[in-house]
Structure formats: C-alpha cells, structure tokens
Write a protein that binds this ligand. Structure first.
Ligand code: NAD
Ligand code: AKB
Length: 319
C-alpha cells in the first residue's frame, strides 16, 4: 500500500490528482498540503490535510515521518503569467519548493512526481512536433524554473538514486478548480464565457496554436508514470505528453457546434502573447508512449462536449 503526500494539493491539478489518488489508495493514505485552505472544502474534509508552505522542510519532513510517506506529488508552483509579474517570488517558490521536496525524498527514500511544462521550451525550440530531446532556452521566468527543475530532478536521480519522475504537461483544461494564473487559461475561460454570455474576449491572437490536454488524461499521466516499471524509464523527469493542439479560432468553431450564436473577439495581452509565441505549437510524445504506455483519450471535440455539459449542469446547480 502506498502512503502519499501531495504538496500544492488544492490547485487545478492537485485537487483532481488528490481525488483520484484517494479513490485508488484510500483517503487516509493520501495526505494533502497547501499554503491555503480557503477552497475545495469537500476535498479537505475527505482525509488528512495540513496548511504547509512548500519551502518548510521541517514541517513536511514531520508529516512524511508521521504518515510513513513513500511517494510525494510536488505540485506547488507559480504559473507562467503570474510568474512574469513577480519573477523573484516565482523563482523562490518554484526552485526552493522543489529543492525542499527533493531533499525530503532523498532523506526519507520517497519516490517523487513533479510536473514540468511546455513552458520549458523557448523560441529557438522546433515549433511543430517538438521532439523529446531538443533545444531548451525558455524566455519566461516560469520556463527557466521548469528547465532548472527538470535538471535538478535528473541530478537527484543520478547522484542519489532518488526515484524522480515527471511529465511536461501542456495547458490543462478542467472545470473543477479554476486555473492558477497561466498563459493557457483562456482555453478554460472560453467555455464559461460561451455558456454565460455567448461571447468571449480572448487575450491571445486567434491563430495561436498551443498543446492542450483534458484533465482526466492529465491525471492518468500522473498516476501511470508513478506506476511504471522503473527499468523502462530512460527520460524519467520530463516526458513530453501530448493530446491535442489547437488555436482559439478552432476552439471557438467547436464551441459553435454546441452554442451556434457564440462569438469571439480579441484583446491581446502582449505579455501572455509573447509567452505563448515562445512555446511550441505541438509536442511529439513517442518516448512516453514507448517507455510507459502513455495514450490520451480526449481530443478537442470530445473535451468540448464534456466541458460544456459539465459546466452547464454546474450552472444549473446540479452535481
Ligand atoms: P495551481 O496554481 O492551480 O496550483 C498550485 C497550488 O500550489 C495552489 O493550490 C497554491 O495554493 C499552491 N501553492 C502556491 N505556493 C505555495 C507554497 N509556497 N507552498 C505550498 N503551496 C503553494 O497550479 P496547477 O495548475 O495545479 O499546477 C501544478 C503543477 O503542474 C505546477 O508545477 C505547474 O507548473 C504544472 N503544470 C500545470 C499546467 C496547467 O495547465 N495547469 C501545465 C503544465 C504544468
Ligand atoms: C501555464 O500556462 O503557465 C501553464 C503551463 C502550460 O505550464 N498552464
């Protein structure tokens, strides 16, 4: 039986990974932490939860010992758009938070999952079907912290034999917990605006292609890679994982198949546009498919149907 600690468990990814892990391993075997406790009350109440800063090694170590933790999911981070507003804070949380998790994993012999991002690539990276191993010279602070994080996780594996694993997530789309200040957040906002106002003003240009993934696939990736046979993992900490690539114009067209009078206009945010322009249009994810059997299940059409159905129900007050 696994005993799992999630750091940053109330965010967009953490809240859904926590639900799945509690279903799989039992509520008492999945300890949640976050720097806040003002959201997701049902999740907090479903098992052990502690307010802890991800840079507080002592408090996290005590939890690892108390709950006999053997696996850590480290999800606390400052995302790209917020990081560009406060780069020093982003560096502090993203790097010192990860370093704290790595040290705890080393000392207490835990496995560690940490996500990287398409943000780990930059303007000199090949833009289409970006290979697994390629140029990584990101121009955002978020990207700089993600590349450094990938390298640190590799270092802890090679030097100390820590079982570090991770994926480079694309923009994640979901409806349970709002996104935390990323460049890809438009692709979630658009569904709410479509249902509420039949109109969305987009902060990226209509022809900006980015890789995206629906939350159920993102959760599958996090669980599957931690269950994978370690002898087959060559890349370990930064597997490209892809599901779909689209631009706002295309997403709007799919939304119109459900809401025919939906319209979209554009007021471009130059900071977010510059970040998006520096990221790949689409990733190639052969290594993840071969090394641990990665396979997405949602494309743009299926995800759009599900998002619209789920948000519509929620707006009507149904579960
Ligand atoms: P999020 O912003 O929604 O959640 C992050 C959580 O971390 C929040 O609940 C926040 O309260 C918590 N946190 C922030 N600072 C903290 C601190 N000092 N101590 C403890 N907790 C703190 O982010 P997310 O979307 O859930 O992302 C999780 C991970 O996945 C991050 O590493 C992110 O870079 C990566 N990722 C996310 C996406 C995406 O589209 N959501 C894509 C690629 C990679
Ligand atoms: C962001 O836009 O910052 C995130 C990501 C792709 O890492 N959604």
């Amino acid at each position: 039986m696994k005993n799992i600690l999630i750091i940053g468990s109330l965010g967009q990814l953490g809240s859904e990974i926590a639900i799945r892990l509690r279903q799989l391993y039992g509520n008492d075997h999945v300890v949640l932490t976050d720097i806040r406790s003002d959201t997701n009350q049902e999740l907090i109440a479903s098992g052990p939860f502690c307010v802890v800063d991800c840079r507080d090694g002592k408090a996290l170590s005590d939890l690892v010992v108390k709950h006999k933790i053997d696996t850590i999911y480290h999800l606390a981070a400052i995302l790209s758009a917020t990081a560009e507003k406060n780069p020093l804070q982003a560096w502090d949380v993203n790097m010192n938070g990860l370093m704290t998790a790595l040290e705890i994993a080393r000392i207490h012999k835990c496995a560690l999952f940490t996500p990287s991002s398409i943000g780990a690539f930059g303007p000199t990276t090949p833009k289409k079907f970006t290979p697994q191993d390629t140029i990584q010279r990101p121009t955002s602070m978020y990207g700089v912290s993600k590349v450094a994080g990938e390298l640190l996780c590799d270092y802890y594996h090679h030097k100390y034999d820590v079982d570090t694993r991770g994926v480079r997530y694309p923009g994640i789309i979901s409806s349970l917990t709002p996104p935390g200040g990323g460049t890809t957040d438009y692709a979630i906002e658009i569904y709410y605006a479509a249902l509420r106002d039949h109109h969305y003003e987009c902060f990226l240009q209509g022809d900006t292609y980015l890789d995206m993934m629906y939350m159920p696939d993102a959760v599958n990736a996090a669980v599957q890679i931690m269950e994978a046979d370690p002898s087959k993992l060559r890349h370990r900490n930064a597997f490209n994982v892809a599901a779909m690539s689209f631009c706002p114009e295309e997403q709007a067209a799919y939304i119109r198949t459900h809401i025919p009078n939906f319209t979209i206009s554009y007021r471009v945010d130059p900071v977010k546009q510059a970040i998006a322009d520096s990221w790949p249009d689409s990733l190639e994810d052969y290594a993840a498919r071969v090394e641990w059997g990665w396979k997405p299940t949602y494309d743009l059409a299926r995800m759009t149907s599900d998002m619209i159905q789920t948000i519509r129900k929620r707006m009507k007050g149904e579960k």
